[in-house]
Design a protein around this ligand. Structure first.
Ligand code: ADP
Ligand code: ZN
Ligand code: ZN
Length: 786
């Protein structure tokens, strides 16, 4: 018998090993085994088993699998199927895909202890690495242990050695209220955490840390003797929730719930919940989850990492009244393994986590929820480059369960899937609290300067409307947020008379200006032109290059409105969570009344007394060379608009732009994506972009620019003659150099995805071997085109 084995660093070609006699009847696909690799022993995964040796290497030269890893199956059939699909789909070697789906440290025996139960009811607990030592008293074989773990006469658990393991936080009890007040003045997040501690009494340390997002604040609380840290039962503390009140669903919500349940009863299907923030989507996920749990199945919730707040987790726990495994990036290795084991053993039936939680070893999955489906955080930007949302749909298909996607600003991709009937859909149009959406004004920057009642001395990027609204806001003791949606590129070029921006005639993406050669370049296809002096649209001489940032806007605001107190929020002004916390607290406590920042201001925080949101120059986002910029801009604008009017007073949003008729900007007024989507879908169809084609981006980087480009030519040549496909490039990447390396890219648009995939897979081993000084990466369905 022969086994194909995927190793951590192997490419697509599997390694073939002989299966020794004692493992023949146990091994299955998806099992982890120990194999010899040169002079070492490595862990690998069985990807195929066969009676025939098809490796091309004579049998006597093949080596034997050494042993079985005791904790098997590492992947059950469904998960194995999902991962092999992903490996194929994302052109990612199976080993890389499989290994990234388990917690790191899972193969380190010293991480585990094992409890062995004997027939005479003796019980022995021993470190796993000691168990296999030659001279140990209880020495058993790996295979014996595997059998015992399978039949329940042995249990694995994580050895807790780390000081942080099992640490919980509680209030000291005898704290000085004055002191708390003084401290929380400085860091408002503390209020939240203390409130939460009063409610729950104890919290796992990691949860507190993820809430504070900065260890220094924790240290401060500890030193001021406000909290105590002790070791405790993490699970008990997680359980200390009170049952949430039961909410009566409105009609829209009831219909949505019914649709989900109908699918659930019939098996696989994707249902989309399209509803504004606050319309009760989460309420529906939770209600549907209850039904799933009652039927004995489990539930997987995916949320963007930023949504993994203790409040949201608490809400899930108190609504479902059961234990929940939370998988977030702040977990230590052993905590991660512990959660993994709990899920694998069926001790928890609800898992909440960011994108990698898609790999959670839940059994009998009854529903997968992907909240904020449009969020680009679901895409992993390093190998393996999978998209958690798309994997969720595939997993649902394999598990035969319902997948629920939700968002207030669906991706164009999903809207297309709804339109073509691939997804069913429910809409939630009413906000549960009946709060109206803020009023949105789109102000044309070219027009506003021509009016008669001009305010003197305003720079072009502060319109009269915005200026007056800012003054009003401050006079009424309210607060404003100003967003400058700058991303990546400093120099932005447009005609300030008519708003014209330079786009590639073929790709319809924005050309990037290269200063040293005065050239405009398309980073998809390589098209380039000289920067003209005269606007091709209106023939004026108003083509302007400008680069300005939040700092400049802040100075201008201070000068124009002396009574303003500003605070800045961008990567330059806040380099760590501590600064971030400080900036936010200055604004929420009222030390500042205008918050000026990059897109960072659109996310997360809740400021009730913000009544004005101003977007300085919406067009800035459009200068990013990416065919999805319009879609992203609309999502960003809707998100930042949602910051206005959360409290008792209604809000106002002013969006300044040179392109007031840009569909993505116009659509913010109604907040409805449909109209925009129909325009955008026509554009995408004409230009052969997704969802009408699939795209694959091949990137190369090397200190040798020529080599980096040459490697991509190999791929291009191999793909020539392919029908219903376009291969653009190679061309320099928009971000041309990172450190010393030059970056190039090749963009493939195709409907022949399987052909492309096979061609690429066949090329990769040679390319890697022959051009080891060039690093090549393949991104299927890329979201980030820089
Ligand atoms: P979303 O997930 O769409 O942002 P949520 O489910 O978080 O919306 O709901 C927003 C708020 O409204 C929550 O506090 C929730 O408890 C409340 N809520 C939701 N549905 C109802 C309802 N039918 N009646 C009253 N309150 C509701
Ligand atoms: Zn012009
Ligand atoms: Zn082009």
């Amino acid at each position: 018998m022969f086994a194909e084995i995927a190793l951590r660093n192997s490419l697509f070609e599997p390694f073939t090993y002989r299966v020794p006699e004692h493992l023949k009847s146990v091994l299955k696909e998806g099992f982890a085994v120990y194999v010899p690799v040169r002079r070492q022993v490595q862990v690998g995964f069985v990807t195929a088993l066969s009676e025939k040796n098809s490796s091309g290497v004579p049998e006597e030269r093949l080596r034997d699998i050494i042993d079985i890893f005791p904790l098997n199956p590492v992947f059950d059939r469904n998960m194995f199927q999902l991962l092999m699909w992903a490996s194929d789909y994302y052109i990612e070697p199976p080993g890389s895909m499989l290994f990234s789906a388990v917690p790191s440290g899972i193969f380190k025996l010293s991480n585990f202890k094992v409890r062995l139960n004997y027939e005479d009811s003796r019980e022995v607990v021993i470190g796993l690495s000691r168990l296999f030592k030659k001279k140990g008293n209880y020495k058993i074989s790996m295979l014996d242990l595997f059998r015992r773990l399978s039949d329940g006469t042995a249990q694995l658990f994580v050895e807790e050695t780390d000081r942080d393991q099992g640490s919980v936080v509680e209030l000291s009890g005898d704290v000085d209220e004055e002191e708390i007040k003084r401290v929380s003045e400085k860091y408002p997040v503390i209020d939240e955490i203390l409130e939460y501690l009063r409610l729950k009494r104890v919290l796992p340390l990691y949860e507190v840390l993820s809430m504070l997002r900065d260890k220094r604040i924790l240290r401060y609380l500890y030193k001021s003797n406000i909290i105590r840290i002790k070791s405790g039962d993490l699970r008990a503390s997680s359980y200390a929730v009170e049952e949430g009140r039961v909410i009566e669903l409105n009609e829209e919500q009831l219909n949505a719930l019914k649709s989900i349940e109908r699918i659930r009863e019939s098996g696989f299907g994707v249902h989309y919940l399209y509803g504004v923030t606050g319309s009760g989507k989460t309420e529906i996920y939770l209600r549907a989850a209850k039904g799933v749990l009652n039927s004995g199945k489990s539930v997987l919730f995916l949320v963007p990492e930023i949504g993994l707040t203790p409040q949201s987790i608490y809400r899930i726990r108190s609504s479902l009244m059961c234990d929940v495994a939370v998988l977030h990036s702040g977990l230590y290795e052993k905590e991660r393994i512990q959660e993994y084991l709990r899920i694998k053993n069926g001790e928890v039936k609800v898992v909440v986590g960011a994108r990698s939680a898609i790999f959670a070893p839940l059994r009998n999955v009854g529903m997968i929820v992907v909240d904020e489906e449009h969020d680009t955080a679901y895409k992993q930007e390093e190998s393996p480059r999978y998209n958690g949302r798309d994997m969720a749909i595939k997993r649902g298909q394999i598990e035969g369960c319902v997948v629920v996607l939700g968002s207030a600003t669906p991706s164009i991709q999903s809207i297309y899937s709804i339109k073509t009937g691939k997804f069913s859909e429910s809409r939630l149009t009413i906000r549960a609290n009946n709060k109206p959406l803020p009023e949105i004004d789109i102000v044309s920057l070219s027009r506003s300067k021509a009016e008669d009642d001009d305010v003197e001395g305003l720079p072009f990027y502060i319109s009269d409307e915005l200026y007056r609204a800012l003054i009003d806001t401050i006079n009424n003791n309210n607060k404003a947020i100003l967003m400058l949606n700058r991303r990546g590129f400093n120099t932005f070029i447009l005609c300030t008379s008519c708003g014209y921006v330079f786009k590639c005639p073929d790709c319809d993406i924005h050309l990037v200006y290269h200063r040293h050669r005065e050239m405009l370049l398309c980073h998809y296809c390589g098209y380039n032109q000289r920067l003209p002096d005269i606007c091709p649209n209106c023939s004026s001489l108003s083509i302007s290059k400008f680069g300005f940032g939040t700092e400049q806007v802040e100075e201008t605001i201070k000068r124009l409105i002396p009574s303003s107190r500003t605070v800045r929020l961008d990567r330059d002004s806040v380099s760590n969570m501590y600064d971030l916390e400080n900036a936010i607290s200055r604004f929420s406590k009222g030390d500042a009344n205008i918050l000026i920042g990059t897109q960072m201001v659109a996310k997360g925080h809740h400021f009730p007394d913000v009544t004005l949101v101003g977007v300085i120059l919406a067009d800035m986002s459009l200068s990013v060379p990416d065919f999805r910029v319009q879609e992203r801009l609309l999502q960003l604008l809707m998100q930042v608009a949602g910051r206005a009017g959360r409290g008792s007073e209604s809000g106002k949003v002013i969006i300044q732009t040179f392109n007031p008729f840009e569909p993505a900007i116009v659509a913010t007024k109604s907040g409805n994506m449909d109209e925009y989507a129909s325009i955008e879908l026509v554009r995408r169809k004409n230009l052969f972009y997704p969802p009408f084609s699939r795209i694959i981006l091949i990137r190369s980087r090397s200190e040798d620019a020529k080599k980096a480009e040459e490697v991509l030519m190999i791929f291009k040549n191999a793909l020539s003659g392919l029908k219903r496909s376009e291969v653009l490039g190679p061309v320099k990447s928009p971000i041309e150099r990172i450190k010393k390396e030059f970056r190039y890219q090749l963009l493939i648009k195709t409907v022949e995805i399987n052909r492309v995939r096979n061609t690429l897979k066949n090329l990769i081993p040679d390319v890697y071997r022959l051009h080891h000084k060039v690093r090549v990466s393949i991104d299927v369905d890329p979201l980030n085109m820089l």
